[in-house]
Ligand binder design. Structure first.
Ligand code: HEM
Length: 215
């Protein structure tokens, strides 16, 4: 998957419906429900044993950069829009990108000593992604001090389109830094809020997607 290099990130590219996005190839990434055996806690395993979660089956992925800023656009079908959370049993639609922070990191939320960085967009907080790091299932924690991951989202005709936008060069624990001409691995997850999906209950891409930033 190629993140095309463009001259300048026109303001519009941060917007999911910018016409400019139509000019960049989209990769369809297949998703699958997370394995029941990896869900932590007997309650979740018992309540969801019929496996009725993680039915978002694909995400369209596009990306572009200008050497300074990277924009990643995700788009997926979501017939049930959930963008407000008014009570403890309500959950919002969400999507996340996972980036390994070491060669050996697993896309199953990383592992001890092999952390991952998680960019987590949530429909009820649509303007900034939450930035977490994890070293295995059940360990995610907030990253403090990295650059903002600015997000914009549009729900249109039964589909979400979300753009994640971040400065490329960055440093600090839990933070991934990007350079033009280099390749990175990423993995994706989508939660359907109307189906009470949250945390481990979601659809994810079981294989790494290679993202090459055009030099
Ligand atoms: C593409 C791969 C994945 C991505 C992008 C991803 C992303 C995330 C994010 C952003 C969170 C924080 C959610 C929140 O605060 O509500 C999270 C939590 C969680 N994820 Fe994943 N995840 C992935 C794969 C998996 C898999 C395969 C499982 C297996 C069941 C899993 C289990 C969990 C669990 C149990 C939590 C809640 C506990 C914790 O925060 O660690 N994840 N994930």
């Amino acid at each position: 998957m190629l993140a095309r290099r463009i001259e300048a990130v026109p303001e519009g590219l941060g917007e999911p419906m910018a016409v400019r996005w139509e000019g960049f190839a989209a990769r369809k990434v297949a998703l699958t429900p997370t394995p029941m055996g990896l869900q932590p806690g007997k309650y979740i395993q018992a309540k969801w044993q019929d496996g009725q979660f993680g039915h978002t089956d694909a995400v369209g992925l596009q990306a572009a950069h200008n050497g300074t800023e990277l924009c990643i656009r995700l788009e997926w079908e979501s017939k049930t829009r959930a963008d407000s959370v008014r009570d403890n049993d309500e959950f919002a639609d969400a999507a996340a990108l996972l980036f390994p922070l070491s060669e050996t990191a697993s896309l199953l939320m990383g592992a001890q000593g092999a952390p991952v960085s998680l960019w987590h967009w949530r429909a009820h907080r649509p303007k900034t992604a939450r930035h977490n790091t994890a070293e295995g299932i059940g360990t995610s924690s907030r990253v403090r001090g990295g650059p903002d991951i600015v997000t914009r989202a549009v729900y249109h005709e039964g589909r979400w389109a979300v753009v994640f936008r971040r400065v490329m060069a960055a440093e600090g624990p839990g933070v991934v830094s990007f350079k033009a001409g280099q390749s990175y691995r990423t993995a994706l997850a989508v939660w359907s809020g109307a189906n009470a999906e949250r945390a481990g209950l979601k659809a994810f891409s079981p294989q790494w997607v290679e993202l090459t930033l055009e030099g």
